[in-house]
Design a protein around this ligand. Structure first.
Ligand SMILES: NC(=O)c1ccc[n+]([C@@H]2O[C@H](COP(=O)([O-])OP(=O)(O)OC[C@H]3O[C@@H](n4cnc5c(N)ncnc54)[C@H](OP(=O)(O)O)[C@@H]3O)[C@@H](O)[C@H]2O)c1
Length: 226
């Protein structure tokens, strides 16, 4: 395919990440998919074939595991054009007074530290391809949410994405922050069928990476109409 891109996606085993893998492969691109759930990743490879998808099991909150994913991606495809830093998690106990520090630590390790590790592991490869880094922040990263540590972690992702965009612009790299409202994914214990569908976010990713190279789509916000 002309303009075929090699796209590395974190949090690819479920929800937004898994829907984005399908959308990008349908569009003729190839993917490196990572998450901790080997079985779910392997099911995606089985669906699309090993020539189009490489699955690498990793915990993105561990820097050496993130580096290993990038090494295997380069070995398989020889380059990386796009990185979609999408892995994220929430906390069950809301608020500060009733919140649980251990839960915060696990969540911040994924929503903040893993984002940093993924960005650091990406830049040398993306510089070579004048590539694209995409972040899943959230509407929760743009509004006040009473006592929400999750929301604050998404403010970090939103602010970090803007600073990273400025750094990448020095070599014509592009950086997009995606800010969805509520999406019907396994992130929630109960289904949210009247909210956004994960495929809506996948459409936004495809739009951002398909833009003319002169156009850096810096930010996309999506809200359910309901
Ligand atoms: N759903 C929403 O309403 C919504 C709205 C705005 C933003 N978001 C953001 O969208 C992103 C994707 O969430 P989702 O809704 O698609 O939820 P999800 O279905 O629960 O997916 C989360 C993904 O992150 C991966 N992950 C979590 N911890 C990880 C770790 N330590 N190492 C590697 N992978 C890890 C999970 O894979 P494994 O468990 O297999 O490791 C899974 O693939 C998150 O950043 C979330 O904050 C969601």
């Amino acid at each position: 395919m002309k303009n075929e891109k090699i796209i590395l996606i974190t949090g690819a085993s479920s929800g937004i990440g898994a829907a984005t893998v399908d959308k990008l492969l349908e569009a003729g691109h190839k993917a490196v998919i990572t998450a901790r759930s080997t079985d779910k990743l392997n099911a995606i490879v089985k669906r699309w074939g090993e020539d189009k998808v490489l699955a690498v099991t990793a915990d993105v909150s561990i820097p050496t595991e993130v580096e290993m994913v990038f090494k295997k991606a380069q070995e398989k495809f020889g380059r990386i054009d796009v990185v979609f830093a999408n892995a994220g998690t929430g906390a069950n106990s809301p608020g500060i007074e009733k919140g649980l520090p251990d839960e915060w630590k696990t969540m911040l390790d994924v929503n903040i530290n893993a984002l940093l590790f993924t960005a650091k592991a990406s830049l040398a490869a993306l510089r070579k391809t004048q590539g694209h880094f995409i972040i899943t922040s959230s509407i929760a990263g743009k509004i006040t949410l009473k006592g929400s540590v999750y929301g604050a972690s998404k403010w970090f992702a939103y602010g970090f994405g803007q600073n990273l965009a400025a750094e990448m612009a020095e070599w014509k790299g592009r950086c997009t922050i995606i800010c969805p409202g509520m999406v019907n994914t396994p992130f929630f214990d109960e289904a949210k069928p009247d909210k956004l569908d994960p495929s809506d976010i996948a459409d936004a990713v495809l739009y951002a990476i398909s833009a003319n190279p002169r156009c850096d789509v810096r930010e996309i916000s999506l809200m359910p109409t309901n």
